[in-house]
Design a protein around this ligand. Structure first.
Ligand code: ZN
Ligand code: ZN
Length: 376
């Protein structure tokens, strides 16, 4: 996929105004009514729709996808873009590996470097606080000796005579459907648009070399399992100075012993004795970043879920906003009783009139329900 800024022909730090002006100028050139290429016009429009929207642009800059770190897999991220998301799907749906090469419109471009993907493993605590990771990569990088051009130091690549620097050649073919104009990669320059008389000795004219390097990745607080972060231009170097691919960092978060994540909320289970469930208790419980006191009211039933506000995960780019912690309460019934405990419980049962067997269903005595059923 081609870079959106490149499609619009603006710098990465272009102002909204510059983006708009460049879009209008290019749209006039590429509009199908004016004889332009429809695929290229669609690309241009999609690029503009993304970059004029501050949220989508920020997502694109950071994750390589205007819908945010999860892209199409996040059901909420597309909200607010309306029918644009169809266009984006068509555009971003291709996944990885297709960087550079030929666009939808069939126009040849210099061979860009491929996108690369690496995986990082995080604990939930690291996902909470954010983390820094040093990743060792084996990656094609611009050749130092020739600066990426592929030409022997001191010489320059020359424009390809076969395609006149276009990287593609047009051919007319005849078929039962009539004449078709097709465009294919220039066989002389393999789409680069230039040829090299005297290749650089270090890289054999490729303009890039395989190196091992360490990349430091800043992982923001709040990332989730399956998120991917984009490091623009840190993928494979392009051939002979063509655009580099992007590096995607895919985040994996290991399960935590205590907390389970649900969106930005965390969930855990806490067991309390039946006496505390009946009487109520102020219960100290752990949180992901410390501890808090949970107010368990008297008469709490098994399975009750209590919420501790703002004790969940930080929202990604959420300016300090946090999800909640949901605590599900298990009530423990004693399995064995000492003789004096047994005596106490039996007294309680007697006191409450629970020493006689009276099955209860839906809040009513089972026997009274039976009587109602038989009209007695
Ligand atoms: Zn070189
Ligand atoms: Zn050529």
């Amino acid at each position: 996929m081609q870079d959106l800024y490149e499609i619009l022909g603006v710098a990465r730090d272009a102002s909204d105004d510059e983006i708009k002006r460049s879009y209008r100028r290019k749209a006039r050139e590429l509009h199908p009514d004016a004889g332009g290429d429809e695929g290229a016009f669609k690309e241009l429009t999609t690029a503009y729709e993304v970059l004029k929207n501050p949220e989508a642009r920020a997502n694109y800059d950071r994750y390589g996808d205007p819908r945010g770190p999860q892209g199409a897999s996040d059901p909420f991220a597309g909200a607010g873009f309306g029918d644009l998301s169809d266009l984006i799907d068509a555009f971003f749906g291709g996944g990885f590996g297709g960087g550079g090469g030929f666009g939808a419109g069939g126009r040849a471009r210099p061979r860009g470097g491929r996108d690369a993907i690496v995986d990082v493993q995080l604990t939930l605590d690291e996902a909470f606080a954010g983390a820094e990771r040093e990743i060792e990569l084996e990656m094609a990088r611009d050749c130092d000796a020739c600066g990426g051009s592929g030409a022997k130091p001191g010489t320059q690549p020359t424009r390809c005579a076969t395609c006149d620097g276009q990287g593609a050649v047009q051919q007319v073919t005849r078929s039962v459907f009539g004449q078709m104009l097709t465009s294919s990669v220039c066989p002389a320059c393999q789409g680069v648009g230039t040829t090299i008389e005297d290749p650089c000795a270090s890289c054999a004219g490729e303009g890039r070399r395989q190196v091992t390097e360490t990349v430091t990745v800043d992982i923001p607080a709040g990332v989730e399992h399956g998120n991917r972060l984009r490091l623009s231009g840190r993928g494979e170097a392009g051939r002979q100075g063509a655009r580099a691919g992007d590096l995607y960092v895919r985040v994996h978060v290991r399960p935590h012993d205590v907390f389970e994540r649900e969106g930005n909320d965390l969930r855990c289970r806490v067991r309390i004795p039946m006496t505390q469930a009946a009487l109520g208790v102020e219960l100290p419980i752990p949180t992901i970043d410390g501890e808090t006191t949970l107010e368990v009211p008297a008469g709490t039933q098994p399975g009750t879920v209590l919420t501790v506000r703002r004790a969940g995960m930080p929202k990604l780019n959420g300016g300090g906003a946090r999800g909640d912690l949901r605590v599900e309460l298990d009530v423990e019934i004693p399995k064995r009783l000492e003789p004096d405990e047994l005596a106490l419980l039996e007294r309680l049962a007697e006191q409450r009139g629970e020493d006689e067997p009276t099955p209860v269903h839906n809040g009513k005595g089972l026997f009274s329900r039976l009587r109602e059923a038989f009209g007695a």
